[in-house]
Ligand binder design. Structure first.
Ligand code: AMP
Length: 481
């Protein structure tokens, strides 16, 4: 195994790696750093979790550190490296990595992204910056206001290029690259290599060194995947059931819509499971707060949409749960890549309701795998609202039966005997008062009150209408994120 010390990196950078306890480069680092240090363009097919940030950050820091600065130049330092990232979270993470690996150099990195006031970002640029880590939208804004000078950029990185194109950033990317010097080094990383990325790479890279570290976005060896084929209205109960397992230390739950993410979160909180939502409608400070709580372990469950969760680097996510299947199969690969990172093992569980079968086929075609199917206990196959609301942490459902797979690797007998079926019976027989005493003041009396008159799977209906209020609200709000 090669060591960082054999890769020709400058002493301050090796010292920072040592501080982090990193001695051995990951495969992408081992393959990228030498050609990048020689000034070659790179085309890297790799996902987050492989160590790809350091694969470009280390050679960039090394080059900027060893490159003489033009002392005759007056005014603050202008960026010599520009990293484009699809999301604010990823931009922040990349920026943190530059500052960590560059802590013993005099180089300065700063992030630029939308959703917050540009004031501090403009001040940071005016103070002088060596590495700019930006999302394309805000960078374009600052360029149009002439607040940023990119004429000295010598190295450009496009990180998660496929995602940037998915998010419609092709025009900003074209405009930004057109404003950069023609003579520069360009490093492009993408988890997948669809035709539009190959075309973009052809137009931006010169004779690139091609690097692929993991099989191209289709095989995820460290993630144990499985599938629950369940009706849409059973998903919340099965989710709660899974999250009550103590082996689920840190879980990322994906919803297809922002409204769905909020709804799942509220419901989990009501069931005594600490959860927080993160999606594109949340203000930047809310998103940061949510992420911090999740990172610090104060919140065990983060419920996210694809837009918000892309590129998330949170250590030790034990479980990714696809509450909804994504409508783009590549997103499935990205989602489950949030777990099983940097050598640890992860578990990815997906729910598939009948209306999502087409998404499942697309995922199985892309990943060339048949997702192993789990069996849902009989008593969880339908889920009247009332029962879902009253599934408290003390009323733990029975885990799947013996012969079924369990993600915790335990058999049925290992769990406390809190029978889901019993919880159900108790709910329908209780009076409102008793129910409130047992479930606490936050339990939903309104929906419980209907439970005795509704059969399993039946939704609460407004008198005189054939459609439940919830179904109507959901149809209104379920715009994609
Ligand atoms: P990335 O793919 O850049 O998001 O990195 C995934 C995780 O691996 C991050 O938490 C890094 O800090 C960590 N990491 C990066 N390089 C190494 C290394 N050489 N040895 C151990 N961990 C690393």
């Amino acid at each position: 195994m090669p060591k960082f010390s054999t890769l020709n990196l400058a002493k301050p950078i090796l010292a920072a790696l040592n501080d982090q306890g990193y001695h051995t480069p990951t495969p992408i680092q081992d393959k990228s750093i030498p050609p990048a240090l020689e000034g070659h363009d790179l085309l890297g097919c790799a996902q987050t979790g492989t160590g790809k940030t350091a694969a470009f950050a280390l050679p960039i820091l090394n080059t900027l550190h060893t490159m003489p600065v033009d002392k005759s130049r007056k005014g603050p330092r202008t960026p010599r490296a520009l990293v484009l990232s699809p999301t604010r979270e990823l931009a922040n993470q990349i920026n943190d990595s530059f500052n960590t690996y560059g802590q013993h150099t005099h180089l300065r990195a700063t992030p630029i992204f939308g959703g917050v006031s540009q004031h501090h970002q403009v001040r940071a640029i005016r103070r002088g910056v060596d590495v700019l880590v930006a999302t394309p939208g805000r960078l374009m804004d600052l360029m149009e206001q002439r607040l940023i000078d990119l004429r000295d950029v010598e190295i450009l990185v496009l990180d998660e290029a496929d995602r940037m194109l998915d998010m419609g950033f092709i025009d900003p990317i074209r405009k930004i690259t057109a404003a950069l010097p023609k003579r520069r080094q360009t490093l492009l990383f993408s988890a997948t290599m669809p035709r539009n990325i190959v075309k973009l790479a052809d137009s931006l890279l010169t004779d690139p060194v091609r690097i692929t570290v993991t099989p191209p976005a289709s095989e995820i060896p460290l993630v144990e995947q499985s599938l629950y084929k369940i009706p849409r209205d059973a998903k919340p109960v099965v989710l709660e059931h899974l999250l009550l397992d103590e082996d689920v230390k840190r879980a990322l739950v994906f919803s297809r819509t922002k409204h769905g993410a909020d709804r799942i979160t509220k419901r989990l909180i009501r069931s005594g499971i600490s959860a927080v939502a993160i999606h594109g409608d949340k203000a930047q400070n809310q998103r940061l707060r949510a992420l911090k709580a999740f990172r610090d372990g104060r919140t065990r469950v983060l419920v996210a949409t694809d837009v918000a969760a892309r590129g998330l680097d949170v250590d030790a996510i034990t479980h990714v749960i696809n509450f909804d299947l994504p409508n783009e199969p590549e997103a499935y690969v990205h989602r489950i890549g949030r777990t099983g990172r940097a050598g640890s093992k992860g578990i990815a569980i997906s729910f598939c309701s009948p209306d999502e079968r087409k998404y499942l086929f697309a995922i199985e075609r892309l990943t060339k795998t048949r997702l192993p199917q789990m069996v849902v206990p009989m008593d969880m196959r339908s889920s009247p609202e009332s029962e879902q609301h009253t599934t408290q942490s003390t009323d733990r459902p029975r885990p799947p039966r013996e012969q079924e797979h369990t993600h915790a690797g335990r058999s049925n007998g290992a769990k406390p005997n809190n029978n889901f079926r019993n919880a159900k019976k108790r709910t329908s027989k209780s009076t409102g008062k008793k129910r409130q005493a047992r479930n606490g003041p936050n339990a939903s009396n309104a929906s419980n009150a209907h439970s005795a008159t509704r059969g399993p799977g039946q939704k609460r209906q407004r008198p005189g209408t054939g459609v439940s209020r919830k179904a109507r609200r959901s149809a209104r709000n379920n715009a994609p994120s």
